[in-house]
Ligand binder design. Sequence first.
Ligand code: 13P
Ligand code: ZN
Length: 274
Amino acid sequence: MSIFKNPAMAGFIRLCDDGWRQGWHERNGGNLTYRLTAEEEGACHPYWRATPGDWRPLGVTAPNLADACFIATGSGKYFRNVSAAPQDNLCVVQLNGAGDAWRVVWGLEAGGRPTSELPTHILNHSVRKQATDGACRVIYHAHTPSLIALTYVLPLTDRAFTRALWQSATECPVVFPGGVGVVPWMVPGGAEIALATAGLMQRYDAAVWAHHGLFCSGPDFDTTFGLMHTIEKAADIHVRALSCGQGIRQTIPDDGLRAIAQAFGVALNQDFLD
Ligand code: 13P
Ligand code: ZN
């Protein structure tokens, strides 16, 4: 047996490859974390380091994730290289009992540390776990080019982005009926952007980082990757429509959005309808 046969590890590696092939992960761009179930943790435990790494402060606190273990991409590691050498590019990190410090228990065999966005990932896990009764397990950050382009031309509001994306493809209101949040431009990699993002993730399962990328959450790899893919494709359609140079002449009307929601049995966030 190998730790890579574990479905959680295999699914994690597959998502890294899928994201790389989409063109969302130049160099070390983007990061991914997955909260292991107790059963997965038990199955992976035999492969852990004999001596775990030292405890390091997280910079934020997530009491509802005490002692939890996460598969995480390494800081400065390339998604492109994950499937070729997962043991060097990924790690399993464990939180302490207070939820305010982490240590590496597996992986990063050639050295390194977990993603610099660990504070945002862990706070997002914390709020999404609470908002979904424990269902959320995946937090995924990607540098999605069309969505980033839109952060230069649309107002940086939840409403402007949600409406533009919902109107850009008929399936969008079904895939993210709650809408998306928008974090203004901030320095990445610290507690401040983690708190701003997690504040939005209490209400949304996706948050745009202006001039940077997108965070998505979900219960499994398929749903989370699918959300990233759907939002980026909608953004790409919007960019293409704007690029025709005629402006947006017609779009899905609000009553059309309501009709989609009714037909597919989803509750649209009413804040974003006229
Ligand atoms: P890491 O290599 O530390 O994960 O950083 C990449 C990134 O996208 C920062 O936002
Ligand atoms: Zn980034």
